[in-house]
Ligand binder design. Structure first.
Ligand SMILES: [Zn+2]
Ligand SMILES: [Zn+2]
Length: 264
């Protein structure tokens, strides 16, 4: 009763980190809202049948508009990938006037962000004086992407890199994707690597069991390029055999391919 449905963290006045409460859904996903001069981007729409993402997003946008003394801004909705715990609020945005909605499917993402050859080339989104690079990173799920915000240096990695169980559905694709992500970040300012879940505790190598709703001693959300390099080195070392392997801040966790409708 006393836990709010959403935690809203203002990273800066134009960048918001939104977290769904464990009481609404145990996945407790993180969503991101990034403002440019022309458009605002929502990355993912939440988990669980009862999620009210639109109300929360409208509230944050309303506050931003008030501060800017502007009447409106266009909303663009896209996803880290197509799993159920990241698309549950889609119906609240699809076919809504003034909202540009990109389906979490390879073709739709390719078209929307100008990706000529999936997954080997990158695309971009210009929100108005704010360009985000779109990097295809299939492997956790076929339509997985990472976003790089050139303004803050933040790299959003969805379920592909975060402090927790990194479920890998397509091992070879995932290995190649992490390799491309490492190359992409080479020589760039990477302030934070932010994923969509936390399953790791603050104790090295220890994660919370699946389904945990309350995590008072959880790992911080943010990781850095060091963890990305560690993940890359681990995947190189493991080679072509899908292998579960625990590291200090994450576990590589091969799984059978799942349908887009199921969770994680
Ligand atoms: Zn997922
Ligand atoms: Zn997920």
């Amino acid at each position: 009763m006393v836990t709010p449905d959403w935690q809203i963290h203002e990273y800066n006045p134009d960048f918001y980190i939104l977290r769904e409460s464990g009481c609404t859904n145990y996945e407790k996903p993180f969503l991101y809202l990034i403002f440019g001069k022309e458009r605002v981007l929502l990355f993912d729409t939440g988990a669980g049948k009862t999620v009210d993402t639109r109300g929360m997003v409208n509230q944050v946008i309303g506050r931003w508009l008030k501060r800017q003394a502007r009447p409106e801004i266009r909303l663009l909705v896209t996803h880290s990938h197509g799993h159920g715990d990241h698309v549950a609020g889609d119906a609240q945005f699809r076919d809504v006037a003034g909202v540009e909605f990109v389906e979490p499917k390879v073709k739709a993402v390719q078209t929307a962000f100008g990706i000529p050859s999936w997954p080997d080339t990158n695309g971009a989104i210009d929100l108005g004086d704010r360009v985000l690079d779109v990097i295809p990173i299939p492997g956790h799920q076929e339509a997985s992407i990472a976003l790089y915000d050139r303004k803050t240096g933040v790299l959003l990695t969805g379920d592909s890199v975060y402090p927790g169980r990194l479920y890998v559905a397509d091992w070879e694709q995932y290995r190649a994707s992490i390799g491309r992500l490492v190359s992409f970040t080479d020589g760039k300012v990477i302030t934070h690597v932010l994923g969509c879940h936390i399953e790791q505790t603050r104790q090295p190598y220890l994660d919370y069991p699946t389904g945990t709703t309350y995590q008072p001693d959880e790992h911080s959300l943010e990781m850095g390029r060091a963890e990305l390099l560690e993940l890359h080195a681990a995947l190189q070392k493991l080679g072509s055999t899908p292998t579960r392997a625990a590291y200090r801040d994450f576990t590589i966790w091969p799984v059978k391919r799942r349908t887009a409708a199921s969770g994680q």
